[in-house]
Ligand binder design. Structure first.
Ligand SMILES: [Zn+2]
Length: 168
């Protein structure tokens, strides 16, 4: 769920009117969408498979192609700024997942390389899948997400406000 805040923060931090509210919402959806890949578990797709959890849907290629498709199909998003924003939103998911400390990394470079990668530093506690969310582990995850993702987003917002005030 934390994934959604990244594009929303960027949309609000951008120049007013640059990203339309509906496009910003679409960005939030694109940022959450890659985790729909967990339905693969039901169909016998293993975590480590190319289309398993954190696989192809978490790649830079998938995110970019998805953003391009939305941008082409949806008139409101048919601008360079909207496409860039949507692509950023979609790939931010896989990038954030590489910062988590558990599970398999994200297949950022698919289809060129199926390897699951982590960032050099992985400060965010991995979110437990399913029922474990409301446990102590879930709470630890929440706290680390607040510190490593929500806090930087608020810093970005505050920073953009300061810059805008100074400029105008
Ligand atoms: Zn994910």
């Amino acid at each position: 769920m934390t994934h959604a805040i990244v594009p929303l923060a960027f949309a609000v931090a951008a120049r007013p009117g640059r990203i339309a509210p509906r496009v910003a919402l679409a960005g939030a959806v694109l940022a959450i969408l890659p985790d729909a890949d967990v339905i693969g578990f039901r169909f016998g797709i293993a975590y480590a498979d190319a289309w398993g959890h954190r696989g192809a849907t978490h790649s830079l290629m998938f995110g970019t192609v998805l953003a391009a498709a939305v941008s082409l199909a949806w008139e409101e998003a048919r601008s360079k700024a909207a496409f860039l924003f949507l692509a950023l939103a979609a790939v931010s998911h896989g990038l954030l997942d590489t910062l988590t400390d558990g599970g398999l990394g994200a297949a950022l470079w698919w289809p060129f390389d199926d390897a699951r990668v982590f960032a050099p530093v992985a400060p965010v506690r991995v979110s437990p899948i399913g029922a474990g969310f409301f446990s102590l582990r879930g709470l630890e995850t929440l706290v680390s997400e607040l510190v490593w993702i929500w806090l930087p987003c608020f810093v970005l917002l505050a920073g953009s406000r300061v810059v805008r005030r100074a400029a105008g």
